[in-house]
Design a protein. Structure first.
Length: 154
């Protein structure tokens, strides 16, 4: 399952507006999250989740809409264990990423933040492969990391 484009197609509509359009948050909730973001380096979606206004999956769906990114429930996916070596466990845990499969010179990687070019570039540099990003919730990725990296040591 390889999906590769040079860059995701990003709808210029801000994620907050997408969430409001979908009826998931109200303007005052978005304003509160934006106010919090001024003193906090977290992404707006993470702040909205921490405030209890949304679930992680709501943010993922908004990113799918905004960026036309492919979603995969990675915690339910069977990963080819050979690809785990392309992304060290500590890196996977820190940045909430997990490689899924390799096809030729393409490494499919599931990422909580597939728009972070620095993470993508670091994986490409280390693996010497082109990264095809997928998106999942941070929880789904962390569950997959726990499941698959633990298997390596059994």
């Amino acid at each position: 399952m390889v999906v590769l484009e040079n860059e995701p197609i990003i709808d210029k509509t801000l994620i907050g507006k997408i969430l409001m359009r979908r009826g998931l948050i109200e303007e005052q909730q978005l304003k509160q999250a934006l106010d919090n973001q001024r003193s906090d380096e977290r992404l707006i979606g993470e702040i909205l989740v921490n405030l209890g206004y949304l679930q992680e999956i709501d943010i993922v769906v908004a990113l799918i809409i905004q960026c036309n990114l492919p979603y995969i429930a990675i915690n339910k996916y069977e990963i080819n264990e050979d690809v785990l070596g392309f992304v060290p466990e500590d890196f996977a845990r820190e940045f909430h990423v997990i490689p899924m499969e390799r096809v030729g010179s393409i490494l499919s990687v599931v990422m909580a933040d597939p728009l972070d070019r620095r993470i993508k570039e670091r994986i490409e540099e280390r693996s010497q492969l082109k990264v095809a990003p997928f998106i999942a919730t941070q929880t789904e990725i962390d569950q997959a990391i726990d499941r698959w990296y633990t298997r390596q040591y059994e």
